[in-house]
Design a protein around this ligand. Structure first.
Ligand code: ATP
Ligand code: MG
Length: 471
């Protein structure tokens, strides 16, 4: 084990502990990740005494600034790219109506008991006499080897004390591709209503980690199977299920969505693109219809879905910022590229897509490609091939017409100057007309042709050229 502690900082912390005459340990994620050979730059130090005092002593020795969080009794310092957090060993007890524990000083054993999982309760000793010894009271290393998520105490106690641990269990299962032991799964199902006492922000922090794992469907399936998803994101939960009428079923939109998220995750690390994948079919349940002779339809689910996005962000207490707009835009446009495959790929349809997607066109294409799922392999293959044609066309049209960052060659000033008018609705009419003419390929995307069209359209709506401008 000593190998794990070869960084000199552990030696320094150990010596400071001796000077304070108190026992000090490395604990939690860092120890776990050492065994898993995962890269980890966050180190948690637990001390049977004051974490703040130890941090200050270490800070002095290594000449590093110490940030103290008095309210939490913790302190943190940076050392050569490592973030080291110090905390006193604690014992916690909880009241049933609050997540805020009553905290008292405790021993290492008590501190390990209040940790979420056996694999997160491992500690290395930093005492001189048994430096580097592993302290593993709950069989955490065995669980690491077997790939199991298990609580150190009775799962009902651990989960009800801090319900976030239910989502953390699923997050670790997704990140590490581990299994949650059956008694834990049962306990999570029993305790799911306890999610009510959690802030949405804490849930979303874990949700983002699930989405950022290599195969997010592992975590998303668990959230659904344990009935947690319906507690905080019922709109996704509702995608599950297949209805049949006249012998015709539709695809299960939940498993389809998960497949799309996994497909996106395999190609991109963009968290918000993964959110867009998760939410892309959110409009389906409310637009579903069975139409005789046609089958199941979900008309306008793209449009309805996009409209639902701000409400979902709000419900999850996620900021209504440009990330939300990005997700909304991708959800709203997610059918457009594939529609081009099915229809005839005209230049003007491609121009319009480029105009609407702007700089997000590549992400949209990635999402749309990921959206091609079917049990029928040859169908997928055919769709993908056709999709390549759309990609090609996009490149050609963009090279020729530069629509991606479209700027109307005719500005409001130009219109006002030429016709000698002030701000008015005529300006928007003219500019819109020019934009559409360019997108439809009636004129080229340049100033001179646009200027001529401005004169023509202006005359048509009764504007006259300003006197002093007359040639
Ligand atoms: P990562 O840093 O990759 O998210 P981690 O295991 O280090 O994983 P942190 O959230 O940094 O997770 O927490 C550090 C340690 O603190 C954990 O390993 C665990 O021992 C403990 N811990 C964190 N959150 C909780 C919680 N809600 N309940 C109990 N113990 C927790
Ligand atoms: Mg950590």
């Amino acid at each position: 084990m000593v190998d794990f502690l070869k960084n000199e900082i552990f030696d320094i912390i150990s010596k400071c502990g001796q000077e304070m005459n108190t026992r000090v340990f490395v604990i939690g994620g860092y120890v776990r990740d050492c065994f898993l050979q995962r890269h980890c730059t966050d180190i948690d130090i637990v001390v049977e005494g004051s974490g703040i005092e130890l941090a200050q002593k270490v800070g002095e020795k290594v000449k590093s600034h110490v940030s103290v969080f008095k309210n939490f009794g913790t302190a943190m310092l940076m050392y050569k790219g490592l973030q080291i957090e110090f905390v006193g060993a604690r014992k916690e007890s909880y009241r049933s109506n609050s997540r805020k524990p009553i905290v008292e000083n405790g021993t290492l054993k008590e501190d390990q008991e209040r940790r979420d999982f056996t694999i997160n309760a491992l500690a290395f000793s930093l005492q001189k006499e048994d430096y580097g010894n592993l302290i593993d009271p709950f069989g955490g290393v065995k669980d690491l080897q077997e790939g199991l998520i298990r609580t150190p105490l009775n799962p009902d106690t651990t989960y009800s004390d801090d319900p976030l641990r239910m989502i953390r269990a699923i997050r670790f299962a997704s990140q590490l591709q581990f299994k949650i032991v059956p008694e834990s799964i049962e306990s999570i199902k029993r305790n799911r209503k306890r999610l009510d006492i959690l802030s949405r922000e804490r849930i979303i922090e874990e949700m983002n980690k699930i989405l950022m794992s290599n195969k997010p469907s592992i975590g998303l399936n668990l959230l659904q199977d344990c009935n947690l998803l319906e507690e905080f994101l019922p709109q996704i939960s509702k995608l599950q299920g297949v209805e049949t009428q006249d012998g015709k079923g539709h695809k299960d939109n939940f498993s389809h969505t998960l497949q799309v998220v996994d497909n996106v995750a395999a190609k991109s690390d963009n968290l918000w693109l993964r959110w867009a994948a998760l939410l892309h079919d959110i409009g389906k349940p409310s637009t579903k219809k069975f139409e005789a002779g046609i089958g199941w339809t979900f008309h306008s689910h793209d449009f309805i879905g996009a409209k639902m996005i701000p409400g979902i962000f709000k419900q999850l207490k996620m900021p209504l910022n440009e990330k939300m707009k990005y997700v909304q835009k991708l959800v709203g446009l997610h059918l457009r590229p594939i529609a081009l495959v099915e229809e005839h790929v005209t230049d003007s349809a491609v121009r319009r897509l480029l105009f609407d997607a702007g700089d997000d066109i590549d992400d949209l294409m990635l999402l749309c490609d990921a959206d091609i799922t079917s049990k029928n392999e040859s169908k997928v293959k055919k769709h993908r091939e056709n999709f390549l044609l759309v990609r090609q066309k996009l490149v050609e049209v963009e090279e020729k017409d530069a629509i991606r960052n479209f700027k109307n060659p005719i500005t409001g000033e130009i219109v006002m100057d030429y016709f000698g008018i002030g701000p008015s609705k005529e300006i928007a009419i003219i500019k819109d007309y020019i934009k559409n003419a360019i997108l439809d390929g009636e004129i080229e995307n340049n100033h001179d042709q646009a200027f001529e069209l401005m004169k023509k359209k202006g005359a048509e709506i009764g504007l006259k050229k300003q006197k002093e401008n007359e040639e």
